[in-house]
Design a protein around this ligand. Structure first.
Ligand SMILES: Nc1ncnc2c1ncn2[C@@H]1O[C@H](COP(=O)(O)OP(=O)(O)O)[C@@H](O)[C@H]1O
Ligand SMILES: [Mg+2]
Length: 292
């Protein structure tokens, strides 16, 4: 695939001293410039997949391709891979090593050899973009989970990677923190064309946010595709015990003759527009709605 950013080809990986492999021949593609959601139950292999994307784990069988080339595990190549692929861990404690957001974000930049004035500027921009300006000098252990998660993202964003992987970034966040984080992602996606990959359990979020979806089940990729196509297959989603997004569920419960050929709406606003168009077309035909 020409526009693939990352390709996993029949990747097998087993952690030491465990019974079954965590990835058992997983093949999947992350399109360049996409917003990809990786869905799957706990233990389905999402985090293991992410660790392969940054070369922290290496396939025992199979290959990971980045921009059409096999990932090389030589240490200088790994350093360059990690400049272009950033991973935001699920637990910010795993990522944040210094005392304050400002120190933590500048640490990575300093490691990349950037000059001090540029580091200051970049830090200021990134902290502002993530609504952390006021908290730059606050001890990290005093931050809320949402603030810690945004600080971890700030550290990754500051390096301006072309691909950012986020492991369950919205888990346990309140709606305000979730919105702040998603807005910051939207911002870098539009400004820099950064490819974003998010592991999540939140079907509603995946449906409205992603333009590509990968479904993992027991270490394999069970399905992938555009959200409106993938969730149109109610049986597949339910067969692996995942829920249908609310909007997909409601849309699909409308009479098929009404919605056939229409693009399924993925946000509340799209849904309102689609519903109003349906009602208008019914009225125009002189019919009344008898059942939904
Ligand atoms: N460090 C580890 N050591 C041993 N087994 C692990 C380790 N990390 C994950 N696993 C196992 O690998 C499988 C996939 O886990 P993981 O990639 O964390 O899934 P997910 O992120 O989808 O919850 C699970 O069976 C899990 O128990
Ligand atoms: Mg995980």
């Amino acid at each position: 695939m020409n526009n693939a950013c990352l390709v996993f080809e029949e990747v097998v990986f087993r952690y030491p001293d465990t019974r079954g492999p965590a990835l058992q021949g997983l093949s999947a593609t992350i399109p360049k410039g996409s917003r990809t959601a990786v869905l799957g139950h706990n233990g389905s292999g999402k985090s293991t997949l992410f660790l392969h994307a940054v070369g922290i784990l290496r396939p025992q069988q199979g290959v990971v391709w980045k921009d059409g080339a096999r990932i090389s595990y030589a240490s200088k190549d790994l350093a360059s891979l990690r400049r272009s692929v950033g991973l935001v861990f699920q637990d910010p404690e795993q990522q944040l090593i210094l005392n304050t957001p400002l120190e933590d974000v500048s640490f990575g930049l300093r490691g990349s050899g950037m000059a001090e004035p540029k580091i200051k500027l970049r830090c200021r921009e990134v902290l502002e973009r993530l609504n952390l300006t006021e908290l730059g000098d606050k001890p990290i252990h005093q931050l809320s989970l949402g603030q810690k998660k945004r600080t971890a993202l700030a550290g990754v964003m500051a390096m301006e990677p072309e691909l950012i992987l986020l492991d369950e970034p919205t888990a346990y966040l309140d709606p305000v923190s979730e919105t702040l984080l998603l807005d910051a992602l939207e911002d870098i996606h539009t400004r820099n064309g950064t490819t974003l990959v998010m592991a999540t359990h939140d079907m509603n979020l995946a449906y409205r946010w992603a333009d590509w979806i990968i479904v993992l089940d027991q270490g394999i990729c069970k399905a992938s595709g555009r959200p409106e196509d993938l969730f149109a297959s109610r049986d597949m989603i339910q067969s692996i015990g995942l829920g249908l997004p609310l909007l997909a569920d409601v849309w699909q419960s409308l009479p098929p003759e009404l919605i056939s050929g229409q693009k399924a709406p993925r946000t509340a606003d799209e849904f309102k527009v689609a519903l109003s168009a349906l009602l208008t077309s019914i009225e125009r035909r002189g019919n009344t709605v008898t059942r939904f």
